[in-house]
Write a protein that binds this ligand. Structure first.
Ligand code: TYD
Ligand code: MG
Length: 457
């Protein structure tokens, strides 16, 4: 018979192929392809033997809602959909140094404080280092049991005693290895197999598994991407290094809504919850400033006001600079193209800088109008009043389109002392209950916004 087919996997994107190449065809990464050694030969005669007959059941079951284990850290519990579910696997991924270990340790301590048996396994730090961190966070008394280990076999053996852990934290999955594979820890094969064994254990025992995963740019360590389909919940822990704010964002959740976020502030004593993020992202705003607009956004189920800042300046370069922090640069290009083509406001020869204050990343198209307002204001030198919020999606023909949850946005703005909203035209159905909590100025077309900010009103 033929020898078992060789299999190669890209350590960057996880794509597999049957031959080695210097460059991955799927993601274009160089030197990222390694051979995967199969664990056992493919089973022979598969298909000859009949499988077990499955029992088909009705959609409507009698199972109650799964109980939630809460950490007591409200922003964490919110991001995971109201608490952790037994037998679920949660991946916390983010850049190195962003604060994942700190968050995981604080969550474990919170769960232990609520009476859950918690185990924290560190593959990156020694027990002493974890203790030191716990002391710094004021968690030295927490009833979390610690171990420094990287062998999945050892970990599973240790966890296997009855009455063992209800919650297990693995920091990080890239340091774990199974000894049945030849490849080094951190390769796709190791990360995938280690995670698979740990998740299998968690499902069987009803344990909550918190996996920490680093996002990396080099090909040597497999990114958490290869795990995303294996776990129940994927959380991104993100933020600008230079800012103190951190966002925990659920991008996948089998037990709750995605796009729900938890907001934290980094302090020297660990992560603090930020229950009212709008006030924080707005910072100090007491004057009307050119090139700034407050966007009334929605993150998950929560309204959030953020300041968007733009700077448009004549460029000495042949190819003007475009620098975007916290927003999509493709989207910025679109808004600028619409300003040019539909409103006659050409920014082509200028450097354009766009910044979302506070280190938040915005994904909503509803921010288009606020970005446009900040750009226009920077060009014309006419400031938006500091008490005005802006939102609305911009279409290619220059129209300002409806966005969802208008009322929630307006209410939050009013609560924080804003008096006016520049927003898309509302639907007729909405107009019947037009008890807007602040003055509404409807903008049908982007041109109207340019006119408004051009004549100083
Ligand atoms: P750490 O949790 O180790 O990051 P990761 O596990 O994602 O690599 O945090 C990185 C550094 O930041 C560490 O030296 C501790 C420090 N830190 C604080 O001082 N306060 C905080 O609130 C957080 C989250 C981190
Ligand atoms: Mg860490």
């Amino acid at each position: 018979m033929a020898a078992p087919a060789r299999r190669y996997a890209c350590q960057e994107c996880g794509a597999t192929s049957t031959k080695w190449a210097g460059r991955c065809e799927a993601c274009g990464a160089w030197n990222s392809i390694l051979e995967e050694i199969p664990r056992e030969p493919a089973p022979r005669g598969l298909g000859r033997r009949a499988g077990r007959r499955l029992e088909l059941v009705a959609m409507q079951g009698t199972d109650p809602e799964p109980p939630r284990l809460t950490t007591g850290i409200a922003e964490f519990d919110r991001a995971v959909g109201g608490g952790l579910v037994r037998g679920s696997a949660v991946l916390i991924s983010g850049d190195p140094g962003i604060g994942k270990s700190t968050l995981a340790l604080q969550a474990a301590a919170g769960l232990a404080g609520a009476g859950m048996a918690c185990i924290f396994i560190s593959g990156e730090e020694s027990v002493e280092q974890v203790r030191l961190r716990a002391r710094r966070l004021g968690l030295a008394e927490a009833a979390v049991r610690l171990a420094a280990a990287t062998s999945v076999r050892d970990i599973l053996t240790s966890l296997d005693d009855p009455g063992g852990a209800e919650v297990v934290v693995i920091d990080s999955i890239q340091t774990m290895y199974v000894d049945s594979l030849d490849s080094a820890p951190g390769t796709v094969a190791q990360v995938r197999t280690s995670a698979h064994e740990l998740i299998h254990f968690a499902k069987r025992r009803g344990t909550v598994l918190l996996l920490v995963g680093h996002v990396t740019k080099e090909g040597l360590i497999a990114g958490p991407r290869v795990l995303e389909h294996m776990v129940d919940t994927v959380l991104y822990f993100e933020g600008e290094r230079s800012h103190q704010f951190r966002i925990l964002r659920a991008v996948k959740n089998r037990y709750g809504a995605t796009d729900e976020i938890g907001v934290f502030a980094m302090t020297d004593r660990g992560l603090d919850e930020v229950p009212n993020p709008s006030a924080l992202f707005l910072g100090e705003r007491d004057r009307d400033e050119c090139g700034a607009a407050v966007f009334a956004g929605i993150e998950g189920s929560r309204p959030m006001l953020v300041e968007i800042q733009a700077l448009v300046a004549p460029s000495p370069l042949a190819t003007p600079r475009r620098a975007v922090v916290g927003w999509d640069s493709g989207r910025l290009a679109m808004v600028m193209a619409v300003l040019d083509a539909r409103c006659g406001l050409a920014l082509g020869g200028n450097d354009v800088y766009l910044n979302v204050a506070g280190g938040l990343r915005i994904f909503e198209p509803a921010a288009d109008a606020a970005v446009a307002a900040a750009l226009i204001s920077s060009v014309t030198g006419v400031p938006l009043p500091a008490t005005t919020v802006v939102f609305g999606e911009i279409g290619l023909s220059g129209e300002v389109r409806q966005v969802s949850q208008t009322d929630l946005r307006l209410k939050e703005a009013a609560k924080l002392g804003f008096t006016k909203a520049l927003m898309p035209r509302r639907r007729r159905a909405d107009e019947s209950n037009r008890a807007a909590p602040l003055a509404v100025h409807e903008i049908a077309r982007l041109r109207d916004l340019v006119a408004l900010l051009g004549d100083g009103s």
